[in-house]
Design a protein. Structure first.
Length: 149
């Protein structure tokens, strides 16, 4: 079972291969780690906010979002960790994508499947990340239920 440090390290590696900019892991008022990334998609800048959660934390409250995601100051503080000089004065709105990242563990898959049955939108914002670096979205897990042995 991966801990938060291992999961954050793996996610950092994958994000650096995927996005144009990636922050180091950050903490906000005792929560975290969070990883923030920036990329341009179809001419629009998109900020990606990833909250790293371990198995026990996820299983205790699979539908909960970090408190930081409800605080506007968090997004400004986190975005300041990136080089925004090329977009600061564009007058353009930016899209935010928020994801909770958990280890790809059988118990997490089952909890995510159950969550998807009652709250599809929340389940869709969860990513399972395996030791092999493969990411699975909540939608993928809902559409392809885990096999039980």
């Amino acid at each position: 079972m991966m801990n938060k440090f291992e999961l954050a390290s793996l996610l950092m590696y994958e994000c650096r291969n995927t996005f144009s900019q990636v922050s180091e892991p950050q903490y906000y008022e005792g929560e975290g780690p969070f990883i923030i990334a920036l990329d341009e998609v179809g001419g629009e800048f998109v900020f990606y906010f990833f909250a790293i959660v371990d198995v026990d934390e996820f299983l205790a409250t699979p539908d909960a979002s970090p408190r930081a995601f409800a605080v506007e100051d968090f997004f400004h503080m986190a975005a300041d960790r990136l080089d925004l000089s090329h977009i600061k004065h564009t007058g353009q709105y930016f899209r935010l994508t928020i994801r909770k990242v958990v280890p790809d563990d059988p118990a997490c898959r089952l909890a995510l499947q159950s969550l998807g049955e009652v709250n599809e939108e929340t389940a869709a914002r969860i990513l399972l990340v395996g030791r092999d670096g493969v990411w699975h979205s909540g939608k993928t897990i809902r559409d392809n239920p885990p096999l039980l042995s």
